[in-house]
Design a protein around this ligand. Structure first.
Ligand code: ADP
Ligand code: MG
Length: 559
């Protein structure tokens, strides 16, 4: 039996598609500029095999112009253009991608720079325009043609006048409605910002007439407007450049340009990976804590680019929580995008990249600790708390690496030390890694519990943050040395002769202790002779795993 083709109510299909796949109207410009860039790329690829075409990069550009009065926006490129047939096929068939076909027909090995693949981006113009006119002259052709459509009633194609090869797309921007204002799409400042946001790294110049104000010549208070053609985009993405060509200042400028923070980055990490998944990334560890960092409002994430075109502003899947302070971007040509090119189809590549990035950040922090101690301490002061949360909440493989990034104040060194440094100094007979919790260093130093351990000459780590003890409890031990609070019952250092002495003293004062226990019945469990006090008359000790400090925190938590 002969198979029948599906018919489609194309008018409705187009309307549904245009209004449902994109979350933001402004991306139409990204789509049209990407198409223009593809058209110029095709010239470049043609020139590789056709000697009659000379690809002089300076001749190729994309121009964006507005006419506010007539609500026109035009995008012109000097690319390969379209023949009458190509206009018909590529713009007359929804989901037909001439660019995808071009890649396979020309067997482009590194044609990965060509952006188009779905054959729908062009129609996004109808989100903001009542009418779209495409005038095009194909490479090698004498005639130019004009394609025109209002997005609902089909299209027309007729002969047109055009001197040079390439394509001009003219949009008649919609009139404002009650709920929607379209004026921004003929406002050159706004358009410029949209270009910067999505298309900054398109490899060909995107030009615009920019009107600026300057002082009239010979005058110091009379201003005049002047217009000049400016290239809006940065073109060469810094992350594609060779690390050796870049200075710290270049990285700092990029940080500023991208508004990653108002501070300077403490450290940048430039990654280029050409393995199972290819990607480039520039990451930063900020110098200061963003003002909203430890609040619910803070959103972690990296910018995600596909071939230099921005896909996502804050891709949170790229960063683990324990490194949520990292800023920066990732560009990959291996992402499978969904049709709107706003989200990803499969996350396998993304998972690979995220894992890779996690490891890179870890190792970079480790080398910062090793080589630039002062900077590391500055980092830890700002974001150490987040690392501790990481240790506390991680049930996987990160704990191992994160524990080596921890720092605590040391009773003997009088500065921040790592666990590795602590254990390396431990006398052989010392059984535990000791710590003391309290509100501040001063408070801890005054606490009677500290005495026995410090008298022994042992180093004690000061825990002054809520999270400290919880994190350590999750680690249980470090290099097989258990952590021990100085206020816990068994410190592992009570001398033997003390035990007998304690027993006899306990007998002697039996009645006194019983009386004290009765009075403090709802406050303490037991009253005992202490094995550990030296100069202080009394101290509170805990029974079991939870220390007094932890109990305080647990009690303060809402149920
Ligand atoms: P995609 O870019 O994903 O292929 P589009 O809907 O954006 O889909 O464009 C459809 C096709 O129209 C492109 O593949 C290309 O062949 C053609 N096209 C669109 N814009 C231009 C242009 N400025 N110059 C040349 N060809 C273009
Ligand atoms: Mg496209």
């Amino acid at each position: 039996m002969a198979k029948k083709q599906f018919k489609a109510e194309s008018k409705r299909l187009l309307e549904m598609m245009i209004n449902s796949i994109y979350t933001q109207k402004e991306i139409f410009l990204r789509e049209l500029i990407s198409n223009a860039s593809d058209a110029i790329d095709k010239m470049y690829y043609k020139a590789l095999t056709d000697e009659s075409i000379v690809f002089d990069k300076d001749q190729y550009y994309i121009k964006v112009e507005t006419d506010k009065q007539n609500r026109k926006l035009t995008i012109t490129d000097t690319g390969i253009g379209m023949t009458k047939e190509e206009l018909e096929i590529n713009l007359g068939t929804i989901a037909k991608s001439g660019s995808l076909a071009f890649k396979s027909e020309n067997e482009l090995k590194d044609g990965h720079d060509i952006i188009g693949q779905f054959g729908v981006g062009f129609y996004s113009a109808f989100m903001v325009a009542d009418e779209v006119t495409v005038t095009s002259k194909a490479l090698g052709s004498h005639d130019a043609y004009k394609w025109q459509s209002d997005g609902t009633d089909g299209y027309t194609i007729e002969e047109a006048e055009k001197d040079t090869f390439g394509t001009t797309i003219e949009l008649t921007i919609k009139e404002n409605t009650e709920d929607e204002n379209y004026d921004e799409y003929v406002d050159s400042h706004r358009l410029r910002a949209i270009i910067k946001k999505y298309s900054d790294f398109i490899r060909y110049p995107i030009k615009m007439n920019v009107t600026e104000r300057k002082l009239k010549e010979g005058s110091d208070n009379e201003w005049e407007d002047y217009t000049e053609v400016q290239t809006i985009n940065s073109m060469v993405p810094i992350w594609r450049k060779n690390k050796s060509e870049l200075t710290t200042e270049d990285y700092e400028n990029f940080y500023k340009e991208k508004h990653y923070g108002f501070d300077k980055p403490l450290k940048h990490i430039h990654i280029s990976v050409d393995g199972a998944v290819r990607y480039n990334a520039i990451l930063y560890i900020p110098e200061n804590i963003p003002f909203d960092y430890y609040t619910k409002e803070y959103e972690k994430g990296l910018e995600l680019y596909s071939n230099g075109v921005l896909i996502m502003n804050k891709c949170s899947d790229l960063l683990p929580d324990h490194f949520s302070f990292v800023k920066g971007m990732v560009d990959s040509e291996d992402l499978s995008l969904n049709i709107s090119r706003e989200i990803l189809q499969h996350d396998r590549q993304l998972k690979l990249i995220a894992k890779n990035i996690n490891n890179k950040i870890k190792s970079q922090l480790q080398s910062l600790l090793k080589d630039e101690r002062e900077k590391y301490e500055q980092f830890f002061k700002a974001f150490g708390r987040q690392i501790k949360y990481g240790v506390y909440t991680d049930f996987g493989s990160n704990k191992e690496a994160l524990q080596d990034l921890l720092m605590f104040y040391s009773s003997t060194e009088k500065k921040m030390v790592t666990l590795a440094e602590y254990t390396a100094r431990m006398p052989e007979e010392q059984k535990y890694i000791y710590y003391a919790s309290g509100e501040s260093h001063e408070r801890i130093e005054k606490s009677p519990q500290l005495e026995l351990v410090t008298d022994k000459g042992y180093e004690v780590l000061y825990f002054t943050e809520d999270i400290d003890e919880f994190a350590i409890k999750m680690l249980i031990n470090y290099k097989e040395k258990e952590f021990k609070s100085v206020s816990s019952g068994d410190l592992g250092i009570e001398p033997d002769d003390q035990i007998e002495k304690t027993e006899s003293e306990e007998q002697e004062h039996h009645d006194l202790f019983e009386a004290m226990k009765k009075i403090l019945a709802d406050k303490v469990k037991d009253v005992r002779v202490s094995k550990r006090l030296r100069t202080h008359p009394v101290c509170l000790a805990t029974d079991g795993e939870v220390t007094i400090e932890m109990e305080k925190i647990l009690q303060a938590m809402p149920d």
